[in-house]
Design a protein around this ligand. Structure first.
Ligand code: NDP
Length: 290
């Protein structure tokens, strides 16, 4: 069996080019460029890299971008003031607060404060509820990118058994909702599941979002399954720092029909979907202004 390696970087480039074309078309009609605001608290190097990539990709898609930086010891009030100001600005259509926040700040309060119409991460409870009831417009970027890759790979997902390993609010749960809407049969495996490996082995589609480096090996995978690896874990191997997923790529790839690599799979698609969400938010704002 030849395994198809799903090229998330190329798919992301295509999606960003599509978003860029739409931004240009709207500009010709006099619609202002979509604006993305990214808020970064503290100096975490990984978060700083993510923010830099998001700003770069926004610019590539012809959007305006604003970066707001606050010190790691900022107060909840000062962060909330920044979000409230961005909520009011007409030139900002999407607001993303880079998570995780330092421990003394409440992520939940910040997520609830972002205007749902500008919540391009799709984490606000209103958007979570809309997703659960099949009415969402702003869907969490990582599961949205995974769905896009699965639909391009498989086409119609109806009747496929999808097993999602992980039940976080940002990946596992919204992934389950999206695949359910795409008519898959869903099983969610988590740390308290009994015999999760045997359940995973029944999957036509296996999505790993666990945060445990290379947990999923060939014993978790039915031959011919499509495997989506959401994990991003920095590990030391032979004295070198490198990124690995939640799937043991070398062991699983020979058995899978298709698989996403790490890096170069889900990560770039997540950022591309952020651009898509920002465009959607700007389109809605321009329609409601008419
Ligand atoms: P969380 O830590 O929030 O959730 C991990 C989930 O995995 C939990 O539901 C947990 O179960 C479950 N879990 C942990 N260990 C096991 C196990 N041995 N067997 C079965 N389930 C287990 O992680 P996230 O969802 O935020 O992230 C998951 C991974 O995805 C991470 O590597 C993260 O870096 C990456 N990520 C990548 C993104 C991208 O753009 N590519 C974006 C977001 C995340 P329980 O609920 O019972 O504790």
């Amino acid at each position: 069996m030849t395994t198809h390696i799903i090229d998330g970087k190329r798919l992301a480039d295509d999606l960003i080019a599509e978003v860029g074309n739409e931004v240009r078309r709207l500009a010709e009609l006099g619609v202002p460029a979509p604006g993305l605001a990214v808020v970064l608290v503290g100096e975490d190097p990984a978060s700083a890299i993510y923010v830099r990539n998001k700003i770069k990709r926004a610019q590539e898609a012809g959007m305006t971008s604003i970066e707001k930086r606050l010190p790691a010891d900022c107060t909840q009030d000062s962060l909330e003031a920044v979000v409230e100001e961005l909520n009011q600005r007409a030139d900002v259509h999407g607001i993303l607060v880079q998570l995780p926040l330092p421990k003394h700040l409440s992520e939940e309060r910040i997520i609830r404060l972002i205007a749902p119409s500008k919540d391009v991460d799709g984490f606000h409870p209103e958007n979570v509820g809309l997703l659960a009831t099949g009415q969402a417009t702003l869907i969490p970027c990582t599961p949205l990118g995974c769905l896009e890759m699965l639909q391009r790979e498989i086409g119609d997902l109806s009747g496929k058994h999808a097993v999602i390993v992980g039940r976080s609010n940002i990946v596992g749960k919204p992934m389950a909702n999206l695949l359910l809407q795409a008519n898959c049969t869903i099983t969610v495996v988590h740390s308290r599941s009994v015999n999760g490996k045997a359940i995973a082995r029944q999957a036509d589609i296996l999505v790993a979002a666990v945060g445990v480096p290379e947990l999923v090996d060939e014993t978790w995978v039915k031959p011919g399954a499509v495997v989506i690896d959401v994990g991003i874990n920095a590990i030391e191997k032979a004295g070198k720092r490198r990124l690995v997923g939640d799937v043991n790529y070398a062991k699983v790839a020979p058995y899978a029909k298709a698989i996403t690599p790490v890096p170069g799979g889900v990560g770039p698609m997540t950022i591309a979907c952020l651009m898509k969400n920002t465009l959607v938010a700007a389109q809605h704002a321009s329609q409601s202004a008419r």
